[in-house]
Design a protein around this ligand. Structure first.
Ligand SMILES: NC(=O)c1ccc[n+]([C@@H]2O[C@H](COP(=O)([O-])OP(=O)(O)OC[C@H]3O[C@@H](n4cnc5c(N)ncnc54)[C@H](O)[C@@H]3O)[C@@H](O)[C@H]2O)c1
Length: 294
């Protein structure tokens, strides 16, 4: 891969032990980025990469300031990739999800400002598009053009984080804050279950049959770290295809017959629109579950 001159030299990655975090840390280190990985516990999982790691609970503002701003033990960073969160609705109580996720993201944004970091890439979520689509989407493929429609506390918090990013950028106009609305994150070992989705088109309609390969998620982070336009922006990040063997057009016709389809769809084309991420970030998914499941 061609090294980018605009890519930050040293980057903190929060949530580094998580599903997405592991892929992001590995990918950035492969690119030669000096990564300070962080999570609230240190792990023994052999899939985790070796390298510089700092245990920090991001609900504690002081720990976030030290993580980003450096200490006698580690260098400050130039940018932060913020992935730490309770990653879905229903994993704990709504109040606990909100308390953790709102605190960690506020602390990361505020600490970045306090220590002078000009670039934040952070995980928003596909959920702000209106998942689980009990109320049908306004059109498909869905995209960034309509306001957030959170339907859970988890998603409400992601929508508020997107709004918070806009205000931090208003306060600090040179700040770059890129929110990545990731689809459902998948590792290669998850693909074995995909053919079982075919039997019932309603099984995965909750996210319009989308997914994101963790490695392609990491590529989106790489592109966002190189994005040199100041201000807050958000991008839907999904793979180029759906989780289904049936055509995308037939899925929409059967499950959402009244939802306008705004383009001629490729056979398996994603219904989570990634045109903006392609156009603005240069994101291009390289992986598909179809390459892994016979
Ligand atoms: N997994 C998905 O399908 C999905 C989809 C869309 C968006 N996202 C978002 O992407 C990000 C990463 O998700 P993931 O799937 O890797 O989740 P994950 O649960 O595998 O990893 C999240 C990590 O964040 C850490 N964390 C949580 N609270 C923390 C705190 N207070 N201090 C320090 N660390 C803390 C956890 O220990 C965990 O290792 C999250 O922000 C999530 O909301 C995930």
């Amino acid at each position: 891969m061609t090294p980018s001159t605009s890519r930050p030299r040293r980057v903190a990655v929060t949530g580094a032990r998580g599903k997405l975090g592991r892929a992001v840390v590995a990918h950035l280190r492969d690119l030669g980025v000096d990564v300070l990985a962080s999570d609230r516990t240190a792990g023994t999982d052999p899939r985790e990469v070796d390298g510089e790691f700092l245990v920090a609970d991001l609900t504690d503002y002081g720990q976030v300031v030290e993580l980003l701003g450096g200490s006698d033990e580690h260098e400050p960073v130039d940018a932060v990739v913020h992935l730490a969160a309770v990653p879905a609705p229903g994993m704990t109580t709504n109040a606990a999800t909100y308390a953790n996720n709102s605190a960690v993201t506020y602390n990361v944004f505020a600490a970045a400002r306090a220590v002078g970091i000009g670039r934040i890439v952070w995980a928003s979520s596909e959920t702000v598009l209106g998942l689980p689509f009990d109320t049908p989407p306004p059109y498909a493929p869905v995209d960034e053009e309509y306001p957030p429609r959170p339907e859970s506390t988890y998603s409400l918090n992601k929508a508020l984080e997107e709004e918070m990013a806009r205000h931090f950028c208003r306060w600090q106009p040179e700040l770059v804050a890129v929110g990545l609305r990731f689809s459902n994150v998948m590792d290669v070992e998850d693909y074995a279950q995909f053919p079982s989705f075919d039997a019932d088109p309603h099984l995965r309609r909750w996210n319009l049959w989308g997914y994101i390969d963790a490695r392609d998620g990491a590529q989106a982070v790489e592109r966002a770290l190189e994005h040199d336009v100041s201000g807050a922006d958000v991008f839907v990040i999904a793979n180029a295809d759906t989780v289904m063997s049936r055509s995308s057009a037939s899925l929409m016709a059967e499950v959402y017959p009244d939802v306008p389809v705004t383009k001629v769809l490729g056979e398996h084309e994603t219904l989570l629109g990634i045109d903006k991420a392609r156009r603005v970030l240069g994101f291009e998914p390289r992986h598909s579950w179809r390459d892994h499941v016979g």
